[in-house]
Design a binder for this molecule. Structure first.
Ligand SMILES: Nc1ncnc2c1ncn2[C@@H]1O[C@H](COP(=O)(O)OP(=O)(O)OP(=O)(O)O)[C@@H](O)[C@H]1O
Length: 433
């Protein structure tokens, strides 16, 4: 698929702009601060309903205005030679529910656009995937899961809501016990435990399946960009496993029903228990029951997908804290390349030679053979050394559509020379136009 037209109104620094685009490579070139990233951020927003730079929408709306609109015309060739265009329009109004319109229809929930335009964006901020806190890695997994299975967007929001409510209840219980005020009725907590376990289990399983599928693609991509210095391993580390690691009697892990120690160690993303939502739900309930006293004392939810992490190791050592700056870049890049290849679908040429677990049921590849996401490389070439630049350029040159931002044209490596758009002084001009 590719974006044939981008149009924004009051998005970031842009009062209004119209940008026609072609498949293949387009470089947006212009001095710092001219709004190049703002344009590719708009493309990413329509794909994911999120920004790679800010966690909330307020900064996306042009200063002094109250509503931004992003429109994209997305072309997909579902049957060879028969392109089909979809017009997607998303209205961003901070403090209110965002709205979306598809093909000029009546406005609906923003979530309805998810899954139509797919994009994978690689930017300097991605270094935080390796060096930063677990929440960035969790967001990475959830955003990718939602692109594969758009209905998970509802699961993610439900989970956040349940967690907020449950944590508020725990907090007031903790405050009451400290001030010897009347404690809230903890029977309500049972209800929230059940909700958190049910929704949380869906998230944990979705993330584990994703990590399992990403592993071979990420390891392969890492080898390609780094010339094979140590293997990259991804492991989903669930807080529920850590919570149940020691049975109350110290005899080791117990099964979901609390029936006693089991043989296989927890934390293995691949075991049947980790991928079965019913079993994960049971384990979450058991962990919450076990941690009840601590949770009430501290006033926080100690177990669930909000406490999980994606652990990245390189040659057996955790990438966070051990990997060099260049290695960390390569790991971040490998994660994005792997995402792009995974979203491209099982039949994609970009996946050739890399076996992915045969477990993609329920993931949406309905737009094959043209499901390849738009690849966005925001300001990355200036950050990479010459060798990594050349490797990355060779890997992405055959992509259906690549949007690149760069301060100077010389930063864009030769294999990626394509269309060029100059961005400066509030205007966009196609070079040669
Ligand atoms: N909500 C907003 N309202 C108005 N202006 C904004 C808003 N958000 C960002 N800007 C402005 O947009 C500009 C930054 O745009 P952007 O990040 O796209 O630049 P860029 O061309 O990619 O630059 P660089 O090459 O330095 O990465 C800044 O001048 C900033 O003040």
């Amino acid at each position: 698929m590719y974006v044939a037209h981008l149009s924004v109104t009051d998005f970031r620094s842009w009062p209004s702009v119209e940008l026609p685009l072609d498949p293949g490579v387009t470089a947006l070139v212009g001095p710092n601060g001219q709004g190049k990233t703002n344009l590719v951020e708009a493309v990413g927003y329509v794909a994911t309903l999120g920004s790679h730079r800010v966690p909330t929408d307020a900064a996306l709306v042009r200063h002094g205005t109250s509503r931004a609109v992003v429109r994209t015309r997305v072309v997909r060739e579902i049957d060879p030679g028969q392109p089909r265009a979809s017009l997607l329009e998303v209205e961003v109004t901070p403090g209110r529910a965002n709205r979306a319109r598809i093909n000029g229809g009546s406005p609906g929930r923003a979530r309805e656009v998810l899954g139509i335009l797919r994009s994978v964006l690689f930017a300097p901020e991605d270094l935080a995937l390796v060096k930063g806190d677990p929440d960035g890695r969790r967001r990475f997994l959830d955003e990718l899961s939602v692109q594969l299975t758009p209905r998970l967007a509802g699961t993610v929001t439900d989970y956040e809501r349940v967690l907020r409510q449950r944590s508020a209840l725990l907090k007031s219980a903790a405050a009451a016990s400290r001030s010897s005020r009347a404690a809230p009725d903890l029977r309500t907590l049972d209800v929230w435990d059940a909700k958190l376990a049910a929704v949380g289990a869906q998230l944990v399983v979705a993330r584990r399946r994703l990590v399992r599928a990403l592993q071979p693609l990420a390891a392969h991509a890492y080898e390609q960009v780094s010339s094979g210095q140590g293997a990259l391993v991804l492991e989903y580390r669930a807080s529920v496993d850590a919570a149940l690691e020691d049975g109350p009697d110290g005899r080791g892990p117990r099964d979901a029903a609390g029936a006693g120690p089991v043989d296989d160690p927890p934390g293995q993303g691949d075991d049947a228990r980790g991928l079965d939502p019913v079993l994960v739900e049971g384990r979450l309930l058991e962990a919450m029951a076990r941690l009840r006293g601590k949770e009430v004392e501290r006033g926080v939810s100690l177990v669930g997908p909000h406490r999980d992490d994606l652990v990245l190791t390189l040659g057996g050592l955790p990438a966070k804290g051990y990997a060099s700056h260049g290695e960390s870049w390569s790991v971040a890049l490998a994660l994005r390349l792997a995402s792009w290849r995974l979203l491209s679908g099982p039949g994609s040429v970009h996946r050739e030679g890399v076996p992915v677990p045969d477990d993609e049921e329920g993931w949406v590849f309905d737009d094959r053979p043209d499901g390849e996401p738009v690849l966005v490389l925001d300001d990355v070439f200036a950050e990479l050394d010459a060798r990594r630049r050349a490797r990355l350029a060779a890997l992405v040159a055959p992509a259906r559509q690549v949007l690149i931002t760069a301060a100077v044209a010389e930063d864009v490596p030769a294999p990626l020379v394509g269309a060029r758009v100059d961005v400066r002084d509030g205007t966009v001009t196609r070079a040669g136009a």
